[in-house]
Ligand binder design. Structure first.
Ligand code: ADP
Ligand code: MG
Length: 240
């Protein structure tokens, strides 16, 4: 997997005239990497992720996944948003299996896949529950399982834990890091939380605002096995 964003700019036409949301953005993500883009509110993070997802098109530049230019949404890119990501009228299992159903995967195979991915996110017991019966963190785990069930080449996450309380957020960060280590999923995550980015990502791009421009690329190297005790490490002054 090789994702490349090449000199991408995005201009919106607004009632007050043109708005340059992103200017000359270049970045890349390689197989198995966990990359974060951090930036303050309004710096263009969601716009960037929407472009990578193919939900919108760049004004200039191009986005390329494994040699193919992104011209729309595709199964090779799984999405997890901050909120409202689950279908409230569907059970957890049906949410996770929805993409597979659209692809025409037969019911028996679908059930197997759904079970597998619910197990990955530790929610096997909740297959028949409805989203409203789950906590915010659990709902995000269902959203992650649903994205993974399509077996995307890369998981795109837009502030996935932004709406959660502090404790749930920390639990989910630990969960995601373990999931990344165990499943070797390639992840591009957008967040305004610098601390979150430092403890999750191997590489960070820093986006500055007005217009959104990448001002820095940072390599993070934490000791091996950090996932086991992410939040103990976090409070160890040696690593701050
Ligand atoms: P972030 O996710 O970092 O908070 P956004 O990508 O949502 O930032 O927005 C970046 C800038 O682009 C903001 O000034 C926002 O108002 C503007 N913007 C985003 N989407 C649109 C749109 N569809 N039309 C017009 N302006 C937009
Ligand atoms: Mg945003």
């Amino acid at each position: 997997m090789h994702l490349e964003v090449n000199q991408v700019s995005k201009e919106f036409v607004t009632s007050r005239g043109p708005l340059l949301a992103l200017q000359d953005i270049s970045l890349h993500v390689e197989t198995g990497e966990f990359v974060c883009v951090v930036g303050s509110s309004g710096s263009g993070k969601s716009t960037l992720l929407r472009l990578v997802a193919g939900l919108d098109l760049p004004t200039m530049g191009e986005i390329v996944v494994d040699g193919a230019q992104v011209i729309g949404p595709g199964r090779d890119r799984g999405m997890v948003f901050q909120k409202y990501t689950l279908y409230p009228w569907m059970s957890v299992a049906d949410n996770v299996g929805f993409g597979l159903k659209l692809q025409g995967v037969p019911a028996a195979e679908r059930r197997k896949q759904v079970q597998y991915f619910l197990n990955v996110v530790g929610l096997t017991r909740f297959a028949k529950a409805y989203p409203r019966e789950l906590s915010g963190g659990m709902q995000q785990r269902v959203a992650i399982a649903r994205a993974l069930a399509n077996q995307p080449k890369i998981l795109l996450m837009d502030e996935p834990f932004g709406a959660l309380d502090v404790q749930t957020k920390e639990n989910m960060q630990t969960f995601l890091l373990k999931l990344w280590e165990e499943t070797q999923t390639t992840i591009l995550m957008i967040t305004h939380d610098v601390e979150e980015a430092i403890f999750l990502a191997q590489r960070i791009y820093v986006l500055s605002a007005h217009p959104g421009t990448i001002v820095e690329e940072i390599e993070i190297s934490l000791p091996a096995g950090v996932a086991e005790d992410l939040h103990a490490v976090k409070h160890d002054p040696q690593f701050l």
